[in-house]
Design a protein around this ligand. Structure first.
Ligand SMILES: NC(=O)c1ccc[n+]([C@@H]2O[C@H](COP(=O)([O-])OP(=O)(O)OC[C@H]3O[C@@H](n4cnc5c(N)ncnc54)[C@H](O)[C@@H]3O)[C@@H](O)[C@H]2O)c1
Length: 372
C-alpha cells in the first residue's frame, strides 16, 4: 500500500483547515510576543505553529503528554525556527525539565493543555519569572481543575468549557477516535463486548455513544449522582461499580482523576478484559501497580499482564488512547477547535492581558467569528 509522505500529509492538513487559516490571518502582528506552548504535538498542530511564526511570534514548544509526541512534527517546528523540547517517550524528569526550560526562556504568554506551566510557576521559588507572563490560555478540564487549587498570578482564559469545545471535540471527537484507535490497533470490534465507561462528563457521553455505534453493549459508572442519573436517562446500563467491573470486557476511563482503576480492583476484573484510558492523565489506571505483574507486549499498543490466574490487556500503556495509539480528532473537526484556540491567542496577546489575575471563560465575541 502506498504511504503518504510527511510533506503530503502536512499539505493535506493545511488544505483541510480553512477556519484555521482565517483565524491566523486575523491575528495581529505578534512581534515581541514570546509564547510558550504545552500541547499535544501531532500533525494537526503544524498549521498553528507555522502561522504564529509567520506572524512574528517567538515560540517555545513542549508537550503536555510525552506519549502523544510525534518526533517528525517536533523536527519540522524546529526547522521553522521554534524552540522545541519534546520527544516521544521522554521521561517524567525530562518532561519536567522541558517545562522549567520553557519558563526560564521568559515567555510573555502561555498556551497550555493541562496547566503544567502555571502549576510549576505557582510552586517556583523565584516569583520574578512570573513577572514576564501577562496572560495564559488553558484548553483542558484537567488543567482547569488544577488551577482551582491555585491562586493564579495572571489572567487565564479557559476555553475547555466553551460549548464549541465541549460540545464538539470533547463530546463527539474523543469517543469516535478512541474507538477508531482501539479497533485499528487490536483488529477487534466491539460486537458482543460489554464496554464499561467510567466518568460521564462530555467526553464520557461521547465515548459511550460511539461504543454503541461500534457495536458494544455499554455500561456507565460515575461518582456524581446527578450525572449517573443522566446516564440512566440516556438509556445506559448503570450498575454498582463493583458489579460493573466484574462484567466488563472493555473498560475505558475518562475522568481526569488518578487511579480510578487501582490495584484493589484487579481481583474483580474478568480474565481477558481490556483497560484503556482517554482522560488527560496517564495514571487514571494504576499502571505502575499493573507493571508489578509478569507481562508481555503482544502488539505495539497491547500488553498482556498476568494478574494471578487472569490475563489483563492494557491498551496504549494507559495513556490517552486516541492520541497515543491514533491520530486524534479528524482534521475537519479540529479545524474548528484550533480556530477557537487561535482566536484565544489573539485575545491573550491583546485586551485579555489587561484583565486582573483570575480564571475567565474565553468571551464569546472572541471566538464566535472563527467558527463561521
Ligand atoms: N483524549 C482526548 O483527546 C481528550 C479530549 C478532551 C478532554 N480529555 C480529558 O478527558 C477527561 C474527561 O473530560 P470531561 O470534559 O468529560 O471532564 P468532566 O470533569 O466533565 O467529567 C469527568 C467525570 O468523571 C467523573 N469521575 C471522576 N472520578 C471518578 C471516579 N473515580 N469514578 C467515576 N467517575 C469519576 C466526574 O464526576 C465527572 O463527571 C479529562 O481528563 C479531560 O482533560 C481528553
Amino acid at each position: 500500500m502506498l504511504q503518504a509522505t510527511f510533506e503530503q500529509r502536512f499539505s493535506w492538513v493545511r488544505r483541510q483547515m480553512p477556519r484555521v487559516q482565517n483565524a491566523l490571518q486575523n491575528l495581529p502582528d505578534l512581534t515581541g510576543v514570546r509564547l510558550a506552548c504545552s500541547m499535544h504535538l501531532d500533525l494537526k498542530m503544524l498549521p498553528l505553529v507555522e502561522g504564529l511564526l509567520n506572524k512574528g511570534a517567538a515560540l517555545f514548544v513542549t508537550t503536555c503528554n510525552p506519549t502523544t509526541v510525534r518526533n517528525e512534527v517536533v523536527d519540522a517546528m524546529k526547522q521553522w525556527g521554534a524552540q522545541a523540547e519534546a520527544w516521544q517517550g521522554m521521561s517524567t524528569t525530562e518532561y519536567q525539565a522541558a517545562i522549567r526550560n520553557a519558563l526560564e526562556w521568559e515567555p510573555t504568554h502561555l498556551c497550555e493543555m493541562g496547566a503544567d506551566f502555571t502549576y510549576a510557576l505557582a510552586q517556583s521559588d523565584n516569583p520574578e519569572t512570573l513577572s514576564h507572563v501577562r496572560a495564559s490560555l488553558e484548553a483542558t478540564g484537567s488543567g482547569i481543575n488544577r488551577l482551582c487549587e491555585l491562586t493564579v498570578p495572571y489572567p487565564i482564559f479557559n476555553w475547555d468549557d466553551l460549548p464549541v469545545k465541549e460540545g464538539l471535540h470533547n463530546r463527539h471527537m474523543v469517543g469516535l477516535t478512541t474507538w477508531q484507535a482501539f479497533l485499528a490497533q487490536t483488529l477487534l470490534s466491539l460486537h458482543e463486548k460489554r464496554v464499561l465507561v467510567i466518568g460521564y462528563g462530555s467526553v464520557g457521553r461521547g465515548v459511550a455513544a460511539s461504543a454503541r455505534a461500534f457495536g458494544g453493549t455499554v455500561m456507565v459508572t460515575e461518582r456524581d449522582p446527578a450525572r449517573l442519573a443522566e446516564a440512566r436517562y440516556d438509556g445506559w446500563w448503570v450498575m454498582p461499580w463493583e458489579e460493573a467491573l466484574k462484567e466488563a470486557d472493555v473498560i475505558v476511563t475518562v475522568t481526569g482523576a488518578e487511579h480510578v482503576i487501582a490495584q484493589d480492583h484487579f481481583p474483580l476484573l474478568k480474565s481477558g478484559v481490556f483497560l484503556l484510558n482517554s482522560g488527560h492523565r496517564a495514571n487514571e489506571i494504576e499502571v505502575s501497580a499493573l507493571r508489578t505483574y509478569p507481562s508481555e507486549r503482544l502488539l505495539p499498543q497491547v500488553e498482556a499482564f498476568q494478574v494471578e490466574e487472569k490475563t489483563v490487556y492494557l491498551f496504549a500503556g494507559g495513556s490517552m488512547a486516541n492520541l497515543t495509539a491514533g491520530e486524534g480528532d479528524s482534521i475537519n473537526a479540529f479545524d474548528t477547535t484550533l480556530a477557537v484556540m487561535i482566536s484565544g491567542i489573539g485575545h491573550i496577546v491583546g485586551e485579555g492581558s489587561e484583565q486582573e489575575a483570575g480564571v475567565y471563560l474565553l468571551p464569546k465575541q472572541v471566538w464566535e467569528a472563527a467558527i463561521q
